[in-house]
Design a protein around this ligand. Sequence first.
Ligand code: TXA
Ligand code: MG
Length: 393
Amino acid sequence: METKRVVITDREHIKDEELLEAAKILRTGGLVAFPTETVYGLGGNALDEEAAGKIYAAKGRPSDNPLIAHVSCTAELKPLVKEIPEAGRKLMEAFWPGPLTMIFPKSDRVPYGTTGGLDTVAVRMPNDAVANRLIALAGVPVAAPSANTSGRPSPTTADHVWQDMNGRIDMIIDGGAVGIGVESTIVDVSSDIPTVLRPGAITMEMLKEVLGEVAVDPAILGPVSAGMRPKAPGMKYKHYAPKADLTLVEPLRNGAELPENALDGCTVGLGSCQDLACARQPGMDEDGIRRMVDMVGRLAEKKAAEGLRTGIIGTDESIESYKSLKGIDSFLVRSIGARRSQESVAHNLYAVLREFDDLGVDVIFSESFSEDHLGQAIMNRLSKAAGYKIVRV
Ligand code: TXA
Ligand code: MG
C-alpha cells in the first residue's frame, strides 16, 4: 500500500481542504496517522470492527489490548458510553480537551473489536487543532493508539511515524513535532474510586485537586508480576523499549545503603526491594544527583571498556561531564532535556530513545528523575523502557 503524506503548512490556520481526504479515509474504513498534543495517533473508525482489525495488524499489536476512542466534543461522548459517572463529569470539565483519557462503561454501539473484548471504553478529547478538526470532519469517533510499531517508543514526529508505518497505512498527516511527548493520563472512572491506570501530563496532583481521593493501579509503579492483572491491558506488555539494553541509575534518599552489587549493574525491581524503604522516593538533592551522575559515568566506562557501544542519557545540566569519560564516544552522549524543566524531558524522551535505536548502541545508562508532577509519567516510561533495571546509589 502506498502511504500518502500530507503536510499541514500553518497550524494556526488549518484549512479544511487539507484534512478532507483524511476524514473521508477514516469514514470509509481506512487508516490515518495524525498528530495529537501527546504523541502521534494511528486512527481508524472506532465503530468499525474491521478498521480496528487493520489498526492491530498495522501495529503488530495483540488484539486484546484495547484502543482509545477520540472525540472532538462532549456531545460525541454520550453515544459511546452507558453513563457518565460524577468523577468523569468533573474531570471532563477540568481537563478536556486535553491529555486525559477516561474509562467508561461502554454502550452497545462500541464494538468489542475496539475495546479488546472489555465492557468498558476509553475515550479522550485531544487538545490539538489538527486532531480535533480531523475527528470533527470524519464524523465518527476515531480509535487511535500511538502510531508506532508495537513495542517501539511512541512517535512524537511524523518522521517517526513514517519509519514505522510507511506502506502499512493510507495516510500520515504531518503536523510537526508534538508538544507533550508522553501519552495521555488514563483514569478509570467506571469504578467507585477513580483510579489512575497510566500517568501522564494531567498529573496526580492535578487529579487530586479536582477529585480529592484518587487511587493508583499498582501496574504503574513497578514491574507487572505473575498473577497481577493491570487494569490497562497495555501496561502488561514490554513497552516503549529501545533496542539497546537500558539501565537507569537512581539516587537513594540521603545516600542510604549502597547496594553491594551496584557496580555490577544490579537489577533491583520493586518486588525485591522492600528492604530499601526509600525505593521510589529517590533523593534528588544535589548530593544525590552528583552520586547518580558519577555512577552513570562509571557504569558506562566499564561497558565501553568491554568493547560495547555505550550510550548515555544525561541532562542539560550534566551532559558536559560525560563527554570526557574514557572510551565513550561523545556523539553517544545525549541530553534528554533540562532537569529543571520536566516538560522538556517528557518532550524529548521518545525521540532520544529512537535516536539510540538508529545509532545502533548496545547499552545505555540513563539518569533518573524525581517522581512528582510530570516526573511520575517520565519515570513510568523510562522504568518500563529499562525493563525495571535500576541501579540505586
Ligand atoms: O496520548 C494517548 O493516549 C495516545 C494518543 C494517540 O491519543 N494514545 C495512546 O494509545 O497512547 P495506546 O493504544 O498506545 O494506549 C492506550 C492504553 C493501553 O495501555 C490500553 O491497554 C489502555 O489504554 N486502554 C484502552 N482502553 C481501555 C479500557 N477499556 N480499559 C482499560 N485500559 C484501556
Ligand atoms: Mg502505545
